[in-house]
Design a binder for this molecule. Structure first.
Ligand SMILES: O=C(O)CC1=CCC(=O)O1
Length: 96
């Protein structure tokens, strides 16, 4: 199942710099693990914003929910999820 996910990060302006640096490093490691596993298919920066557009390929809504809850930056994110399915005009046979 494919999901488009918009993540907008809002770190408090007075957040301790070391904590912010650690959370970002943990987020990077977590996301790269999921990218390696093929679960986090796309990760794009939204130009001009501390936000990203991502595409997740997971087995269930529950799996997506559980992964998003584990994001180290989750407490500081606004997340919008859109379910996607195959477009009948797509020429990409590997799209599901
Ligand atoms: O910087 C972001 O958009 C938040 C984020 C998601 C994965 C990652 O490494 O950073």
């Amino acid at each position: 199942m494919l999901f488009h996910v918009k993540m907008t990060v809002n770190l408090p302006v007075d957040m301790n710099t070391e904590l912010a640096t650690r959370l970002k490093a943990d987020e990077k490691a977590f996301s790269q693990r999921l990218q390696d596993q093929g679960k986090w298919r796309h990760l794009w920066r939204i130009a001009g914003l501390y936000a990203n557009y991502s595409v997740f390929d997971v087995d269930s809504v529950q799996e997506l929910h559980d992964l998003l809850m584990q994001l180290p930056l989750y407490p500081y994110m606004a997340i919008e999820v859109t379910a996607m399915c195959r477009h009948p005009s797509s020429i990409r046979e590997d799209d599901r």
